[in-house]
Ligand binder design. Sequence first.
Ligand SMILES: [Zn+2]
Length: 159
Amino acid sequence: MNSPTHNDDRELRVSKIENGTVIDHVPGGQALKVLAILDIDGSGGETVSIGMNVPSEKLGRKDIVKVEGHELSQNEVDVISLIAPDASINIIREFDVVEKSRVDRPTSVTDVVACPNRNCITAQDEPVVSRFDVLDDGVRCVYCDTIVRDDLTDHIHTE
Ligand SMILES: [Zn+2]
């Protein structure tokens, strides 16, 4: 077993960032999905550090995502909460944490998840924006009751 002090030492080894966002306490193995939600694939030139499967007292294993030069919008935080309900968001300016918050799962998300049901009214040529209720372990389309769980990230679209 590692002592908490030992874990702190480990985290310090992940490089600090000057300005940007640190997303901590992401479930182990989900870091790349967080980047997908943020639409970061490296082509935009952002400096990104990822710690994957870092030992964590709370989660067992956790991922950490650090994005330089990007402060998350509320919409992005809401979407991240769908796959990382225990995540904490740290806004960094001049190497200092100026804002630290836990994600807060919204009760519903609008125009974020595309309904996989091809017969759903939101998938038709109608001016209907998708809306999903947020469940403990997924989301449910308010129009056709389709539930999206494991492959949620595949259906998320953000601008
Ligand atoms: Zn639907």
